[in-house]
Design a protein around this ligand. Structure first.
Ligand SMILES: Cc1ncc(COP(=O)(O)O)c(C=O)c1O
Length: 569
């Protein structure tokens, strides 16, 4: 048997001449493959000879081959050269990124991008010039997620090993839908899923799948809950028959602090946002179990059909964790599916100090967990875990071309049966490499550090008269607002403070001081720090808080002058 390295695919009708020429070109300094970064030279190599003149399209295919990473030394040389350039430009941009954002206005970025056609007919730029130009236009005006003051969203700096894995994921381009497109990938994803099932204390009948993130995982939880409910209650197969008439009475319960994807999923599932019943929270922004149970009873008494409860383990704004054991008990009592959105809080499982906060998570029927948040993975990377794997059956499909029934009989693992995506990235690789390289303890320490930074930052806010802490941090977010010391006459104090908080955020972003988030709490504009970046320390948040106060004071003076000149004061 010939080894893969010596296996050469010859076009059937290539002439001996064509073959010799191809070999010469591949070996020569002007080989088509060496022109991957230089389309102009590639075109010249191809010459003006039409495909009709080229019996087997040999020269064209040589040129195309030069555009891909292959076994040939020439292709690999181009790859190395390209990756060196990619690294050089990236590292240069990182070295000069002293601020979390360049401060460029949208119209400035748009003007720079508008100078080049998106798809030139015949590009005449060499690889180096292209990468340097796009680096300056795009990388330079990106959010610097590694900067300690880039603390707006659940948007993490990616671990070095995740960045490295992305290079492999992109180059090998495995597709996780069928075994014949991702042989080792399929088995590695299954292995990482098994580890996750143990981490979240699911038993042997559980299973899971990687997803594009929390949105997709939450959707899957509600999709399976809806299908299962219809199957059990009416013997109705929604996958085959669509929604039954009674579906308009189906209801999902979640807290008022749950992520918007609960409503989005209900809408996509054909139930409408009206199907989502939000339940009040306590002063810690956790759902009130007694209020939840009361709402379930009211729904049932009113002839409505509560089929799912979505608990949140780590709300986006407050990091609050719903009382999972109590919710699980209510779900069990009323025969309702419990889905736990642990997109943010799931990372607590890695911390010895804080993993107890997830107590009860193992009782959920399904779990969302995101790795492009507290697991520091490049976007995108998430998972959906299901306590009883047989329930994947309500979304199972077999396509003759992809995962025929007989594959299953032969035990071929085609992961598409568990996913709502067909072509799917091999994201498990980056999580695996990161876990292997850094180990559980490092992840746990990062969780602990970010939680402690949030607590210390909250203490600083409490000590500052012009800042108001809105809630005690439950995870790594801190919600607060600038509380101005004075308010111009004739201006409503709440509106005045809203306007200032908005303006503070915009100015700090524009001046490159900090990328902060905003949110609304009880109808009032607040600021939010999401301290997911383990590089961020209290010394950084102290500077940012000082800047918030100084900017608030300066803006108050400026706004008052402008109100004055408009004759309002
Ligand atoms: C609690 C929660 N659930 C779900 C999501 C959606 O996750 P993704 O953005 O990965 O789709 C988010 C996003 O921030 C979130 O905070």
């Amino acid at each position: 048997m010939s080894s893969p390295k010596t296996y050469v695919l010859q076009p059937e009708d290539a002439t001996a001449d064509d073959t010799q020429r191809a070999e010469r070109n591949v070996g020569g300094s002007q080989s088509a493959e060496a022109t991957a970064g230089d389309p102009q030279t590639a075109r010249e190599n191809t010459g003006s000879r039409s495909s009709a003149e080229s019996p087997a399209g040999t020269r064209k295919s040589e040129r195309f081959a030069g555009m891909f990473l292959t076994e040939s030394p020439q292709s690999q040389e181009v790859y190395r050269e390209m990756m060196d350039l990619v690294s050089d430009v990236l590292l240069r941009e990182f070295s000069s990124a002293s601020k979390p954002y360049s401060g460029a206005e949208p119209n400035q970025i748009a003007a720079a991008l508008g100078r080049q056609p998106v798809c030139p007919e015949k590009p005449d730029t060499d690889m180096k010039t292209l990468l340097e130009r796009v680096g300056a236009e795009v990388l330079r005006h990106s959010a610097v997620v590694t900067h300690p003051a880039c603390i707006a969203h659940l948007h993490c700096p990616p671990l070095m090993m995740s960045i490295a894995a992305e290079a492999w994921i992109g180059a090998t381009n495995q597709s996780m839908d069928s075994w014949d497109q991702s042989m080792s990938g399929t088995l590695l994803e299954e292995r990482v899923i098994e580890w996750l099932l143990r981490l979240y204390k699911y038993g042997s009948s559980a299973d899971g799948v990687f997803t594009s993130g929390g949105t997709q995982s939450n959707f899957m939880g509600m999709l399976l809950a809806r299908n299962e409910y219809a199957r059990i209650k009416w013997g109705w197969n929604i996958q085959k028959r669509g929604l039954p008439v009674a579906a308009c009475r189906m209801r999902v319960l979640c807290s008022e602090a749950a992520h918007f994807t609960v409503k989005q999923s209900a809408a996509l599932l054909g139930l409408g946002e009206q199907a989502v019943v939000t339940v009040e929270t306590d002063h810690n922004h956790r759902i009130r179990p007694e209020a939840l149970e009361r709402r379930v009873r009211e729904l049932v008494d009113g002839g409505l059909l509560p089929f799912a409860i979505v608990a949140t383990a780590g709300t986006t704004d407050f990091g609050s964790i719903d009382p999972l054991p109590e919710l699980a008990a209510i779900a069990k009592q009323y025969g309702i599916w419990l889905h736990a959105d642990a997109a943010y809080g799931g990372t607590l499982a890695m911390s010895e100090r804080y993993n107890g906060l997830l107590r009860g998570l193992e009782q959920a029927d399904s779990i969302t967990v995101d790795f492009h948040k507290g697991f520091y993975q490049s976007i995108s990377c998430g998972a959906f875990l299901l306590k009883d794997k047989s329930r994947f059956g309500t979304i199972r499909l077999n396509a003759d071309y992809l995962n025929p029934q007989d594959d299953e009989e032969d035990g071929v693992p085609n992961l598409v049966v568990k996913s709502i995506a067909t072509t799917r990235r091999f994201d498990a690789l980056k999580l695996y490499l990161s876990l292997q390289h850094y180990g559980r303890q490092s992840f746990g320490e990062m969780v602990d550090h970010t939680m402690e930074t949030a607590l210390a930052t909250a203490r600083l806010i409490r000590e500052e008269q012009q800042l108001e802490l809105i809630a005690e941090p439950a995870l790594s977010t801190v919600v607060f607002r600038y509380a101005p010391a004075w308010c111009p006459e004739g201006t409503e104090p709440g509106e005045w403070s809203d306007e200032l908080n908005n303006a503070i955020r915009s100015r700090l972003l524009r001046e490159g001081w900090a990328v902060l988030a905003r949110t609304m709490v009880n109808g009032r504009r607040c600021l939010k720090l999401t301290l997911l970046n383990p590089r961020t320390e209290v010394k950084h948040t102290a500077i940012i808080l000082r800047k918030v106060v100084e900017t608030g004071e300066a803006l108050a003076r400026e706004l008052a002058v402008s109100l004055d000149s408009r004759g309002r004061v």
